[in-house]
Design a protein around this ligand. Structure first.
Ligand SMILES: *Cc1c(COP(=O)(O)O)cnc(C)c1O
Length: 455
């Protein structure tokens, strides 16, 4: 069959609320033209993030009922630990309330000022947690990642030659190297097994520990299976196991391919590090058999990690995300190619070429998508990543993107058809769009709370 369907039927529904154009115009103005400040009840289709926004399965809900809320050594903890070890294979597993808690603990133990941590591309919380220790977070994306519109099967790869140079010239200052799979900051693009294997060999040759940021490990395993020679007949779980066999540990946000609404973990093969990490865990997260999670959360994750590796689920996931990207691209909308695993990125600088980067074409597009159709997307451009030059003047980010992240198992094809129609209509009226200026902004992470006014 040519048609790939949602591999589930719906047992429980959550109404979404239609609004009028006048209501939306009022809501976005009241939100200072920042979609982060919109009440979710005023949003019809929410593509702000795929993090913690997925739908759980009947199996996961059944697991929640079995949650053992014992403070120490609960049954749920043992099931969680077993699921993580079965897939990831690391000797020590440390539960955390979400991915960034795992990052904070890992980097607090391993990094200090003056050191450098290379990665294909650091996710924003990863970067922030490394920089908080005084170390530098260094992005080394491959050459192919630079061309937005150019397709390549593994645009998430790290630049191996650049990594080798860093290890050779600054090896003593590299406490660990990382790889993010899939590469979130780079557009949800996958990393090849060959690239992971090569990084592992380089790190071992230089005696540098190698950790994987595993948030979308199952999506990455699927892309390896579909795109890399020699993996077509392998199961997703075997591909995942091979991926992690090359690493010394990982950080994970279970809000992504854990298929849960909250949770995460840190895993390592190093017993000494694990002991130090558990000491820190107790300080802020909780006892090492729950790490800030309820027993029921541990159950949901234990089931979800295996569900993310089901072949039918990943077929549907990749095809439905690409369906959105391919349909708008066919109508002429400029997107990052190829479509990523969890999101589609629109090139807002090309969508609105008459709006200059520092007049925020990405903000203009998120406002227009919301006003036109109640869709919430997110700017990934000069508001999120803009900086200041030596004289204190604002500088633009490298790209002006708008991300449409697809929550797991939440929206059906007709929802996506509606999104496609809305984007194509907004594109048809693109000449009328105007830029924005910032009226208020905080000192850090300004995209969450800045306010804007139309120019
Ligand atoms: C979401 C994410 C994180 C952080 O996880 P949280 O659960 O949001 O704290 C880290 N790395 C990547 C690649 C992510 O996508």
């Amino acid at each position: 069959m040519r048609t790939i369907i949602e591999p589930f039927r719906i047992k429980s529904v959550e109404p979404i609320r239609m609004t009028t154009p006048a209501e939306r115009a009022g809501a976005i103005e009241a939100a200072g033209y920042n979609v982060f400040l919109l009440p979710a009840r005023d949003v019809l289709i929410d593509l702000l993030t795929d993090s913690g926004t997925g739908a759980m399965s009947a199996q996961q809900w059944a697991g929640m009922m079995q949650g053992d809320e014992s403070y120490a050594g609960s049954d749920s903890w043992y099931r969680f630990e077993q699921a993580v070890k079965d897939i990831f294979g690391f000797a020590h597993v440390i539960p955390t309330h979400q991915g960034r808690a795992a990052e904070r603990i890992l980097f607090s133990v391993m990094c200090k000022a003056g050191q450098v941590v290379p990665n294909n591309a650091h996710f924003d919380t990863t970067r922030a947690n490394i920089e908080f220790t005084g170390a530098q977070a260094l992005d080394l994306p491959c050459e192919e990642a630079r061309e937005l519109a150019q397709s390549h099967p593994f645009k998430g790869n790290i630049d191996l030659a650049a990594l080798e140079r860093v290890l050779e010239t600054r090896g003593g200052q590299v406490p660990l190297a990382m790889m993010t799979v899939t590469n979130n900051a780079g557009g949800g693009q996958p990393v090849s097994m060959a690239n992971i294997r090569a990084v592992s060999q380089l790190c071992r040759a230089h005696q540098v520990p190698f950790y994987i940021d595993a948030c979308r490990f199952a999506e990455n395993a699927y892309f390896v299976q579909q795109r890399e020679a020699g993996y077509r007949d392998k199961s997703l779980i075997d591909i995942a196991r091979e991926m992690f066999s090359y690493a010394d540990g990982c950080t994970m946000s279970a809000k992504k391919d854990g298929m849960a609404n909250i949770g995460g973990f840190l895993a390592t093969n190093d017993a000494l590090l694990a002991a130090q990490q558990r000491d820190l865990l107790i300080l802020t997260e909780g006892f090492p058999t729950y790490g800030g999670l309820a027993g029921r959360d541990l159950e949901a994750i234990a089931v979800g990690l295996h569900e993310a590796l089901q072949q039918d689920y990943q077929n549907y996931r990749a095809v439905s995300t690409a369906y959105l990207g391919n349909n708008i691209a066919q109508a002429g909308v400029p997107i990052m190619q190829p479509p990523g695993g969890h999101a589609i990125y629109i090139d807002a600088a090309k969508f609105y070429p008459h709006i200059s980067p520092l007049e925020f074409p990405g903000i203009a597009l998120t406002v227009d998508l919301y006003r036109h159709a109640g869709i919430r997307a997110v700017e990934v451009g000069s508001v999120m990543f803009g900086a200041k030059d030596a004289a204190g003047n604002p500088t633009a980010a490298r790209n002006e993107l708008v991300r449409l992240a697809v929550p797991r198992r939440v929206y059906t094809q007709s929802h996506i058809d509606y999104v496609v129609e809305a984007i194509v209509e907004v594109f048809a009226q693109r000449g009328a769009a105007r830029g924005y200026r910032i009226t208020e902004q905080p000192a850090f992470l300004r995209h969450f709370s800045a306010r804007f006014a139309p120019l």
